[in-house]
Design a protein around this ligand. Structure first.
Ligand SMILES: [Zn+2]
Ligand SMILES: [Zn+2]
Ligand SMILES: [Zn+2]
Length: 412
């Protein structure tokens, strides 16, 4: 039944201690010695099968590394801390951290990475959905796990990526209801009646993201060519403790008991759970806090760094806004902080995202993407709120006097 060619017999070896043993050389160990694997089975047929399976894996370059396999917890922690976090952007790292430490490790951490099955992941997604979490959150966990296990596969710790086979929940795409022409008109009137309201007009017309819009600086306005350069954005980052005992530092802010039934404080979002034991959050209140707040970072992608030629009316608005700010500067006198950008506070310091988005919400008239400078729909060439792509585009264009600037955008 099994052809006993000389090579196979040599590999399979003899009957010892009532069991069949086989050995296969699969490569070279880290220390340079040959990596010989030992196989032990009850019958000759089984050992031959196992030897052949291992040889097949070796020939396909898919033999996992020697030694005990990592657990999911150990691998994900190692992957996040040493491989992913140092190489990705701030927000991507945050998303990975949540997926790893809040969902994957507590639920699947004890599995071995070479034994975990796609079904384990699917059960986790179902459990998350049942707990009221959105499909998008489960999807984020899926993408994180797929990337982490992909790296384990590339490094030979596993022979296949189980997450690649798991089915993630479907994300319902919400249709964006674009603004109508008269709504845009209303928005513009309302926006321009506000202090620093010109930023909303810019976001609406240019499709810039929220962080890009409030991060605009006068130095990036080229007056000769009436062009605006988008190179940086403001991003809110979490503060870090600078003290010696982060847990004690946050003592007054730890949440020890869950919210009562019918809690009114968290009406828009589900109530947060109590702090975990040894919680080291609340760095926002640390007297020695560092590294957080509004931070100026590069725009999301290289393609996002762009120059935009402004329509005349938009340019005029910006110039009028600059004049207004000059008056505010004179009024503030020595209190004025220079260099915060086009939409600063009354003393010139940086306005916050919170202030911006709150004002933006007040303007929102339609579900979907009511926020101006919306970060989801702000990526050119999809302008914010898709208002420039809807039938009202015509009227908007006639207001601006030309095609939307993002369409003629040239990278600088
Ligand atoms: Zn806490
Ligand atoms: Zn609550
Ligand atoms: Zn502290």
């Amino acid at each position: 039944m099994y052809p006993r060619d000389a090579a196979l017999l040599r590999r399979v070896g003899d009957l010892k201690d009532g069991k069949w043993h086989g050995r296969v050389t699969v490569g070279v160990r880290d220390d340079g010695k040959p990596d010989r694997r030992h196989i032990e089975r009850k019958t000759e047929a089984e050992v031959i099968d196992a030897v052949r399976a291992l040889e097949k894996q070796r020939d396909a370059g898919k033999v996992k590394k020697p030694g005990r396999a990592w657990t999911v917890e150990k691998w994900l922690t190692h992957w996040f801390e040493n491989i992913a976090a140092p190489s990705v952007r701030y927000k991507a790292a945050n998303a990975y951290r949540t997926a790893v430490y809040r969902h994957l490790v507590p639920n699947l951490g004890a599995h071995r990475i070479d034994k975990i099955e796609p079904e384990h992941f699917e059960k986790l997604y179902a459990k998350m959905r049942a707990a009221g979490l959105k499909a998008g959150t489960a999807h984020q966990v899926h993408r994180t796990a797929r990337t982490a296990f992909g790296e384990a596969l590339r490094r030979g710790h596993i022979v296949r990526n189980p997450v690649e086979l798991a089915k993630a929940p479907r994300i319902e795409e919400t249709d964006i209801e674009p603004f109508e022409a008269d709504e845009i008109g209303q928005l513009l009137v309302t926006a321009l009646s506000k202090r620093n309201g010109v930023r909303f007009v810019l976001a609406l017309a240019l499709g810039t993201r929220q962080g890009e819009t409030i991060g605009l600086k006068w130095s990036r306005l080229d007056k000769r060519n009436k062009a605006l350069r988008i190179a940086k954005q403001l991003q809110r980052q979490t503060w870090k403790h600078g003290c010696d005992d982060p847990h004690a530092c946050g003592a007054t802010y730890h949440k020890t008991t869950p919210c009562k039934e019918g809690c009114k404080r968290h009406h828009r979002k589900p109530c947060p759970p109590p702090c975990p034991p040894g919680c080291t959050s609340h760095a926002r209140w640390c007297p020695k806090r560092h590294g957080g707040g509004l931070v100026e970072v590069d725009v999301k992608s290289r393609a996002g760094r762009r120059g935009i030629v402004l329509a005349d009316r938009l340019y005029d608005l910006l110039i009028a806004h600059e004049e207004q700010q000059t008056k505010e500067r004179e009024l503030a006198g020595s209190e004025w902080h220079e260099g915060a950008g086009c939409s600063p506070s009354r003393t010139g310091s940086r306005s916050t995202h919170a202030a911006t988005s709150t004002t933006g919400r007040r303007f929102s008239t339609r579900p979907g993407c009511g926020r101006l400078g919306c970060t989801t729909h702000g990526t050119p060439p999809r302008p914010c709120c898709s208002c420039l792509a809807c039938p009202s585009e015509q009227s908007w264009n006639s207001w601006a006097g030309r095609t939307p600037a993002w369409r003629s955008a040239t990278s600088t």
